[in-house]
Design a protein. Structure first.
Length: 342
């Protein structure tokens, strides 16, 4: 159950490519469906960014002007892995919680079919010295990609083991140069009821007050385990899993891992979060996986691990503190009463 962190988790010089390899890699990503028409839009984006007063503009059409160092995707590092059986891809992509596309587990795959994610803009603002606006292309090419195999534990007491592709959230936050006043990060999902039918349907959308919002303390956001995922099982994220970019915080209940993010704002105050607003006595801000603190309506001591097909194969296993990542993250909560800060 332990996470293995091989020494190779540190990037070595030969894993970092020069511009020629970077361009080859872009071709590869293009073939894999990672890069779309976004690159063609960079002129319009630049104009929009200039209008919005956002600087550090990233123009991906001109890599020479941007001295990027990127990993060859085929050699993506695998800094965090587990030897547990992975959840099959069709389960990962057809048993979803994504209320914007329907509150039943099978609905997101159905209603997110054809969800257009290019163009896309993710802004990073608030208590930062360098606000950023990343376009669709930048999400996939600005940071070296890694594959990380993480456990995902839902507050509903089921879990999966998923090979994500993405990069540490800290990499992005560092580029925005946070001010010392930044204590939290507030995340927001796209709000577009025309494209997300659950957002204006009580029937589909489960009565959530949209847009879906989440938050982390800044030290949680900067923790090396916290990642932004752009893919899973070696492909771009499907709509139902949060395309084009989502958060993955493996030691917290799954609802913290907000999907289809358009905004990250560094703040001085703890931001409101969707499930906490909906039912504060059931869902806290921290939402660390904790087998010792039950949900008011069910036990959190064990979970149904979704592996291969068939009900019998859905193993029930003990839930571990911090979802098995205690060694890495328990120190973040030293001295805190985890029963009160659930
Ligand atoms: N993000 C948004 N925007 N809307 C949602 O409904 N559901 C959350 C989280 N992120 C949700 C979301 C919940 S409850 C879980 S368990 C995970 O996404 C599920 O991720 P998955 O469908 O990729 O397994």
């Amino acid at each position: 159950m332990l996470i293995k962190i091989p020494r190779t988790s540190k990037l070595t010089e030969n894993q970092v490519t020069d511009e020629a390899v970077y361009l080859q890699r872009r071709q590869l990503l293009k073939k894999m469906g990672f890069i779309g028409a976004g690159a063609l839009l960079s002129g319009a984006i630049a104009a929009r960014q200039a209008q919005a007063g956002i600087f550090d503009i990233f123009d991906d059409d001109k890599p020479k002007e941007v001295p990027l160092k990127a990993l060859d995707f085929t050699k993506a590092t695998k800094p965090y892995i587990t030897d547990e059986v992975m959840t099959p891809e069709d389960k990962v992509t057809h048993h979803n919680n994504y209320y914007e596309f329907g509150a039943k587990k099978s609905q997101p795959a159905e209603y997110a079919r054809g969800f257009v994610t290019d163009p896309w803009y993710l802004k990073v603002e608030g208590e930062v010295n360098k606000p950023l606006l990343l376009d669709y292309d930048a999400l996939f090419s600005r940071f070296p990609l890694q594959e990380r195999i993480y456990r995902l534990r839902c507050v509903e007491a089921w879990s999966m083991v998923i090979p994500w592709i993405g990069f540490p959230l800290a990499d992005l936050i560092k580029q925005a140069d946070p001010k010392s006043s930044a204590k939290y990060v507030a995340f927001q999902t796209l709000y577009d009821p025309e494209r997300m039918p659950g957002q204006d349907s009580r029937f589909l959308g489960g009565g959530i007050d949209y847009p879906y919002v989440e938050g982390l303390r800044i030290d949680e956001a900067m923790h090396p385990l916290t990642m932004l995922a752009v893919g899973l099982y070696g492909k771009a994220l499907p709509g139902q899993n949060g395309a084009p970019i989502r958060l993955v915080v493996p030691w917290k209940y799954g609802f913290k891992s907000i999907k289809s993010i358009v905004s990250m704002k560094l703040t001085t105050q703890q931001p409101p979060t969707t499930w906490n607003k909906l039912a504060p006595q059931e869902y806290g801000f921290y939402a660390n996986v904790n087998p010792a603190v039950d949900h008011p309506r069910w036990s959190q001591a064990s979970e149904r691990r979704i592996t291969t097909g068939g009900l019998l194969a859905n193993n029930r296993i003990d839930t571990l503190p911090f979802n098995g990542y205690a060694e890495e993250v328990a120190g973040l909560y030293k001295g805190m009463d985890l029963r009160r800060n659930y």
